[in-house]
Design a protein around this ligand. Structure first.
Ligand code: G1P
Length: 294
């Protein structure tokens, strides 16, 4: 098993964005949860920025009904731009939404059968190349970004990589959990993977945190993956089947992670990012202190 076989550059990324967002109703009745803003950028924008920074060129969105606005966000808004230009306003705020023509592809997941199924829906576009996956609910905040850190590790060891972080032991049942092998700095060998284990069965408290670099062989395994935790086709189960056939490592992200799939995490991210902003951080701090003192 030589790493050299599994080290083609990572150019494509899959963003599963078909979820219904029921935890944020009624906000998400007509608006995809990926477009809820953290300060002034929709959640999906943070994931796309992180991908771009890591050298990703092609963006594959696995969408579903009612999710078209996500694609609109990354399209050219002719009327808006013409009107803004006419009024002498800068188009700079729109810069992050620009994706080269042809580099954004959408595929539909017609039925919600699980994360593994969502990824499998992108198989024809991914083709025979390694690819990244971003779960946009997880806002990974750091510099360099999480995927850039993973690509750096990938350039060393190749194969498959997932980002991991430690959670309190009692929380492991909500996540994919790794069975860790030898560690070397931020890199840990992955000996096993289990999706949403019972607390007493979990091999560690290191959880899979929503960023992946995978070899295309995983698509073949997803093809015949039986249902796992929650009756869903789980990506974790197919990844587990690759261990031992290809290099498999975990990267501990040096940075902060916000779980924006939960309301508390969403508020935490909003506050943390607003406090860091050069244009408003000081005012937000003052405002927050005033509110807390009152
Ligand atoms: C998914 C993955 C899980 C991972 C988690 C991170 O679970 O299946 O392995 O730990 O994302 O957010 P979900 O949150 O979709 O249940």
């Amino acid at each position: 098993m030589s790493a050299a076989q599994f080290n083609k550059p990572v150019r494509k990324a899959v963003f599963p964005v078909a979820g219904l967002g029921t935890r944020f109703l009624p906000a998400t009745k007509a608006i995809p949860k990926e477009l809820l803003p953290i300060v002034d950028r929709p959640l999906i924008q943070y994931a796309v920025d992180e991908a771009r920074e890591a050298g990703i060129e092609e963006f594959i969105f696995v969408t579903g009904r009612g999710k078209t606005a996500i694609v609109e966000h990354f399209d050219t808004a002719f009327e808006l731009e013409a009107t803004m230009t006419g009024r002498g306003k800068s188009l700079d705020p729109l810069e992050p939404t620009r994706i080269l023509p042809g580099n954004l592809v959408t595929v539909r997941q017609q039925v919600p059968l699980g994360l593994g199924h969502a990824i499998w829906c992108a198989r024809a576009i991914v083709g025979d190349e390694p690819f990244a996956i971003f779960l946009p609910d997880e806002l990974m905040h750091g510099s360099p970004g999480c995927m850039a850190q993973m690509v750096e590790a990938y350039n060393e060891v190749g194969g498959n990589l997932i980002s991991v972080l430690e959670v309190p032991h009692e929380d492991v049942s909500s996540y994919g959990v790794i069975d860790p092998g030898a560690a070397n700095g931020a890199l840990t060998e992955v000996k096993g993977l289990v999706e949403k284990p019972k607390v007493e069965d979990a091999p560690s408290n290191l959880i899979v945190s929503g960023r992946y670099i995978l070899q295309p062989e995983v698509m073949r395994l997803l093809e015949n993956q039986s249902k796992g935790a929650g009756g869903e086709i789980q990506l974790t189960d197919s990844m587990a089947r690759m261990i031992g056939t290809q290099p498999f490592h975990a990267v501990t992200f040096a940075g902060r992670r916000f779980d924006c799939g939960s309301k508390l995490g969403f508020v935490e991210a909003t506050l943390a990012l607003a406090l860091e902003r050069e244009d408003m951080g000081a005012e937000v701090r003052e405002l927050a202190s005033r509110m807390l003192a009152g």
